[in-house]
Design a protein around this ligand. Structure first.
Ligand SMILES: C[S@@+](CC[C@H](N)C(=O)[O-])C[C@H]1O[C@@H](n2cnc3c(N)ncnc32)[C@H](O)[C@@H]1O
Length: 229
């Protein structure tokens, strides 16, 4: 005979497993590279749920302050900005998917109307802002898709003011002990070690390079690399 509590736990476990399976499927869709159309918008929304653990770790390293002018490159849904940068002086996002620019604008509409947020269409390697515009820049779960990583870090450096900080977070990487070969091929990803990112930061002109590691959903050992202009 089954106990009532046992049945409840069984259902809860099944629901939990179902949600994890959906998030896992979303995480491995090619849509992650350039979310487009309705499917892209749904993917980006679910992705923001799956990325909550990454967002919290990145926010802790970024340590955003009320006076910060903050840019997120490859902002996707814009939900990191909405949830973790609501207190800063100004926010901006850029993404190479026009649908993500629209979605991020939708989720941050109030701040756009208040004149303290803007979202632009553009590429990480060609940021559509002038020099010294921001004092904090991040990118989450996107660096591994960028075809021109060094040029993109140089762009980050260019748009930062002296003393500004850059934080690059990558979940899957070359030192997490996992076999990502299937997704490397389907997503056109590149896997890096923390040291490789640090070397690129240095080549782009940054100093005070620092690496921290984190654990999150589907991410056994993610990398957060930070540096200062
Ligand atoms: C996996 S999603 C992550 C989105 C968001 N950062 C998050 O964590 O919820 C990757 C995002 O990077 C964007 N992206 C990929 N390559 C890009 C590039 N070269 N320049 C700008 N955006 C890019 C995609 O359009 C997509 O929105």
């Amino acid at each position: 005979m089954k106990l009532k509590g046992g049945e409840k736990r069984g259902i809860i476990t099944k629901v939990k497993d179902g949600i994890l399976a959906v998030l896992e499927a979303v995480e491995t869709l090619p849509q992650g590279v350039k979310p487009t159309g309705l499917r892209g918008k749904i993917t980006a929304r679910f992705m923001a749920i799956g990325h909550q653990g990454i967002y919290k770790n990145v926010a802790a390293v970024l340590n955003l302050q009320p006076e910060d002018d903050f840019l997120e490159i490859s902002c996707g849904s814009g939900l990191f900005i909405k949830s973790f940068a609501s207190h800063v002086h100004s926010v901006a996002g850029v993404d190479h998917s026009e649908d993500m620019v629209k979605l991020a604008s939708y989720y941050n509409q109030k701040r756009i109307e208040a004149g303290t947020a803007e979202f632009r269409h553009g590429d990480a390697a060609w940021l559509p802002w002038e020099n010294d515009k921001f004092n904090a820049v991040t990118t989450i779960a996107s660096f591994l898709f960028w075809p021109e990583p060094l040029k993109s870090l140089k762009e980050m450096y260019r748009v930062l003011r002296p003393g500004g900080r850059a934080v690059v977070s990558i979940g899957w990487n070359a030192e997490d002990g996992q076999d990502h070969s299937k997704y490397v091929e389907t997503h056109g990803m590149r896997l890096y070690t923390g040291k490789e990112i640090q070397d690129m930061f240095q080549e782009a002109g940054f100093s005070q390079n620092y690496i921290t590691y984190f654990k999150s959903f589907m991410i056994p050992r993610g990398i957060i690399a930070s540096a200062v202009k």
